[in-house]
Ligand binder design. Sequence first.
Ligand code: GDP
Ligand code: CDP
Length: 226
Amino acid sequence: MSKLFRAVILGPPGSGKGTISERVASIFGLQHLSSGDFLRQNITANTEAGILAKAYIEKGALVPDHVMTRLMLPRLEEMTRHSWLLDGFPRTLAQAEALNSACDLDVVISLNIPLETLKERLRHRWIHPASGRVYNMCFNPPRVQGVDDITGEPLIQHEDDKPEALVARLRHYKDVAKPVIDLYRAKGILHMFSDTETDRIWPYVSSLLSAKIPTDHADAQRATTH
Ligand SMILES: Nc1nc2c(ncn2[C@@H]2O[C@H](COP(=O)(O)OP(=O)(O)O)[C@@H](O)[C@H]2O)c(=O)[nH]1
Ligand SMILES: Nc1ccn([C@@H]2O[C@H](COP(=O)(O)OP(=O)(O)O)[C@@H](O)[C@H]2O)c(=O)n1
């Protein structure tokens, strides 16, 4: 069996993790595991973890480490036969250490986007709450203003994407993420990308993954997903 590929994408809210992950999933055939989407599914399904997490997310706070690891590690267990790209987890050093003890990562992609750009993007970000689909009224608008392309249901804006909550949230992200980035840098698997546009970062991410992902594996994954 060809070797499985394990990657993590790190970056502040609005840095383009979801956007890049979707491209990686469709082009390289990796499973995109978004902890934010998984949290939202758990909230909708009223699971124990979902009920716990909801109170934190509504306040714009981070969900505690033990809740996140109890949610995500079993999810990764289910994926032992797949290659994946993990988006949104780990967010803290404790989460990174828990992930370390569960699996070996091949690559960590870290998105370094200027604060002004993040603020501008998140101001325009709207989501379809049931699916987690993300739109940007400038960069990636829905086909019909204000409604989801697939279901036609209304889009909403996260409380914590509204300008008042944003700056504090982005500052806090930086403090919490620094030791996680340092850990992966020390392991020699960190690849940092800096720009204001996803479309300019994408070619570099794509060539990194082309070089790292075994070709037979990428072909095999694509064959099973198409
Ligand atoms: N203007 C602009 N918006 C972008 C770009 N890349 C992503 N976005 C939008 O910025 C918002 C945040 O992107 P997302 O992928 O959700 O970031 P995440 O929070 O890191 O997962 C979304 O509304 C995206 O559609 C870009 O290069 N330019
Ligand atoms: N490891 C994680 C991932 C998400 N979350 C929470 O879930 C929310 C949505 O996560 P997300 O990854 O979809 O969105 P952003 O990081 O773009 O805000 C975050 O704003 C956090 O409140 C968390 O607390 N810990």
